[in-house]
Design a protein around this ligand. Sequence first.
Ligand code: TYD
Length: 213
Amino acid sequence: MSQQCHAPFISLEGIDGAGKSTHVPAIYRWIGEQGFKWIHTREPGGTPLGEQLRTLVLNTPMQAETEALMMFAARAEHIHQVILPALKRGDWVVSDRFSDASVAYQGGGRELGVSKVEALESWTHPGLQPDLTLLFDLSPEIAAQRLQSGRGDRDRFELEQTTFFDRVRAAYLQRAQQFPERFLVLDAAQSPERVWIRIEEVLEILKKRSVQA
Ligand code: TYD
C-alpha cells in the first residue's frame, strides 16, 4: 500500500488584537510532536523583499489600491520562494495571514470591494488556498483594549478606528461563510485554553487527511 503525503498549508487570520500570535508556539509544538517538519512564516513578509514591502506598507500612507498591490507583490514572492518549496518538501506551512487578510483589510476595511481583491488572487495564485484557516474572531472593542494594554509602537493598521475593524471583521466572517470547508471560526473572547481545544481537534483531522492510505 503506498502512502501519499500532502503537507498542509495553515493560515492564521483575525483583526489586530484578536490574539492569533498567542497560539502559534502551541501549533508548531503540536506539529513537531507528531513528527512533521514545519515552517512558520508571515504576511506581508516572509522573504527579504517581502519584509521590505512590509515595512513600507505598515508605515507609509498610501492609496488603498497601492496597499492591495503591495500585499500581493509581497505574496507572489512569498508563495514562490517560501510556501510552495516548503509544501513540496513535505513541510507543514503555518502562515500568519494570507490572502483572506487582503479580502478583509483592503476589500472590507479600505472598502475596495471583494471582487477587486479576488481578481488579484486569481491572478497571483490561482488554485492555491490554505487547507485550514483559523479565524480568531473578536469584537473590535475588546481587540482595541488588548492592543492598548500591549507595548510598542502601533502601525498604520493598528491605529485604525473601530469602524474600520468592524468592516474587516464582517469581511472575514463573510469569507468564512463562503469557504466553510477550510475555515474554522474561533471565538477569541474565550480563554486561550478553550480556543486551543478547538484548534487541536481540527489539527487532528488535518493530520488524518494529510496522510492518505
Ligand atoms: P500582523 O499580522 O497583525 O502582525 P503583528 O502581529 O506583528 O502586528 O500585521 C500585519 C498587518 O497587515 C495587519 O494589520 C493586517 C495587515 N494586512 C493587510 O492589511 N492585508 C494583507 O493582505 C495582509 C497579509 C496583512
